[in-house]
Design a binder for this molecule. Structure first.
Ligand SMILES: CC(C)(COP(=O)(O)OP(=O)(O)OC[C@H]1O[C@@H](n2cnc3c(N)ncnc32)[C@H](O)[C@@H]1OP(=O)(O)O)[C@@H](O)C(=O)NCCC(=O)NCCS
Length: 153
């Protein structure tokens, strides 16, 4: 039996999280950006461990009643196994249980796997920010999940 858990980011998980980030994000967050999420009260940042091995992570910031998804990734060799969905579902449940009412995020317009994942969770693309990403000048899609309250448990 696989043991699956979601744990808040801590100092000991920084190195594997950075490694996953660098393999996943064309403009990776710095170590300082991840460290700033440790113990944050403005949101949550969780690491997914499978048999105690970190395979992915995700986080959000609370902005009044909006959960802003800040970063989500699964290590390349563990994709398409449902882990990304699992991370997102946990974030949405927790945000809803903390009283947030909707959720938003930005995603690269060409990032079909992520867009498909978000759409399958109920997010809709509502706007496009032109040339939003400085590394390659790509547009961002702005996505919204209008009703987070259905995720309350
Ligand atoms: C986006 C990401 C987190 C998805 O993680 P994952 O564990 O592979 O996703 P899941 O296995 O849970 O897939 C969930 C759904 O996402 C969609 N999806 C995921 N990968 C896909 C792909 N390569 N092509 C099309 N759809 C895809 C599908 O709808 C899938 O559901 P299905 O398997 O029932 O068809 C992962 O691809 C990743 O880390 N990408 C790099 C980082 C990134 O882009 N993060 C998002 C930044 S906004």
């Amino acid at each position: 039996m696989m043991r699956v858990e979601m744990r808040p980011l801590d100092e000991g998980l920084l190195a594997p999280v950075l490694e996953i980030e660098r393999a996943s994000n064309p403009a990776p967050w710095s170590e300082a950006s991840f460290r700033a999420e440790i113990g944050s009260t403005e949101g949550e940042f969780l690491v997914l461990l499978v048999d105690q091995r970190p395979v992915g992570f995700g986080g959000y910031w609370s902005v009044v009643d909006e959960a802003h998804i800040t970063n989500v990734a699964v290590e390349p060799e563990s994709r398409r196994q449902g882990w990304g969905r699992r991370i997102m579902e946990e974030l949405l449940r927790r945000a809803a249980n903390r009283g947030m009412r909707c959720s938003t995020l930005e995603v690269r317009a060409s990032n079909h796997p992520a867009v498909r994942l978000y759409e399958s969770l109920g997010y809709q693309a509502v706007a496009r920010r032109r040339r939003y990403y400085p590394d390659n000048g790509e547009d961002a899609l702005v996505m919204w999940l209008y009703d987070l309250t259905t995720w309350k448990t």
